[in-house]
Design a protein around this ligand. Structure first.
Ligand code: HSE
Length: 296
């Protein structure tokens, strides 16, 4: 039996005010090498505590096998993960998609991309990481009656992203638990307007509008209380000549959007991070336009 290689990009969900609906694929990847074996389950390349039946890649594969009615014998999974875990960069979405796409391949490639999107979204709970990881680029996606409605956003040229990844984790579960059950009409209006402005700014290349457009009142402020130095970093990076600073997904990673040609900001951002209690790894990431790929 041939081994299938699946490559899935990292993703940054929300992008400021677009809570649970916007996402962007970034050029940092998890690779999954998967084959059907005679029996049993072998998982390599991850912490031994995840090398069991509860592994997210494997449980996602099983859900796909159930859906397509495929009876497998045994499974071997090798994981090569560059996407850091519990940092708000879509590592769970990458594992889910890797599993679903691999199982669909092993089962004879029966699901359409939309069916893969729907199954993976059902497993993840929201579509904003899954959609860009599957299709690449920047996407808007929502669910209604279990159906995912999505579209691609054509970002104008001239922008790049610095990811500030701390050496501590924040689980999405914890970061969702801290959100209020209700928000004021004022805060809802604040976010609707900014989401719309930020999207048109990105499509039209009017990036200067992003600084105000990426502001959010639905999640960042609450989650910021769980992230050491969040407000300091946000304020200091906003003072620089950036296009905008926002939390990546549920955090704790912070993203700084900057002018494509500007290489001076990097040094300035690094300087702001010096001397903080936690270590923040600064990476320049670009948009991945390909999404999931299967290398046979
Ligand atoms: N939209 C999700 C959230 C992304 O912010 O909780 C994390 O999975």
């Amino acid at each position: 039996m041939n081994m299938i290689e699946i490559k899935v990009p990292a993703t940054s969900a929300n992008i400021g005010p677009g809570f649970d609906c916007l996402g962007i694929a970034l050029n940092l990847y998890n690779k999954f090498y998967i084959e059907e074996i005679e029996n049993g389950l072998i998982i390599e390349g991850c912490d031994p505590s995840f090398a069991n039946e509860d592994n997210l890649v494997f449980t996602s594969m099983k859900k796909c096998f159930e859906k397509i009615g495929y009876r497998y014998n045994g499974i071997r999974i090798i994981i090569k993960a560059d996407i850091p875990v519990s940092r708000g960069l879509g590592s769970s979405a990458a594992c889910i998609l890797g599993g679903v796409v691999a199982a669909n391949e092993l089962g004879g490639d029966v699901l359409s991309k939309e069916e893969i999107l729907e199954l993976a979204t059902k497993i993840e709970g929201h579509p904003d990481n899954i959609t860009p990881a599957l299709f690449g680029g920047m996407t808007v996606s929502i669910t209604e009656n279990n159906k995912v409605y999505y579209d691609n956003i054509d970002i104008a040229k001239g922008i790049k992203f610095y990811t500030l990844i701390p050496n501590f984790k924040l689980s999405t579960e914890e970061a969702r638990k801290i959100l209020p059950d209700t928000v004021s009409h004022k805060d809802a209006v604040f976010n609707v307007g900014r989401t719309a402005l930020m999207l048109t700014a990105m499509i039209n290349g009017n990036f200067d509008l992003m600084k105000v457009g990426v502001k959010d009142r639905l999640h960042q402020e609450y989650r910021g209380t769980l992230i050491e130095d969040f407000n300091y970093i946000l304020d200091e990076c906003n003072k620089l000549n950036t296009y905008g600073v926002f939390l990546s997904g549920a955090g704790p990673t912070i993203i700084v959007a900057v002018q494509q040609e500007d290489d001076n900001i990097l040094k300035a951002v690094k300087k702001k991070l010096e001397g903080l209690n936690s270590v923040w790894d600064l990476k320049e990431l670009n948009v991945d336009y390909k999404g999931v790929s299967i290398i046979k």
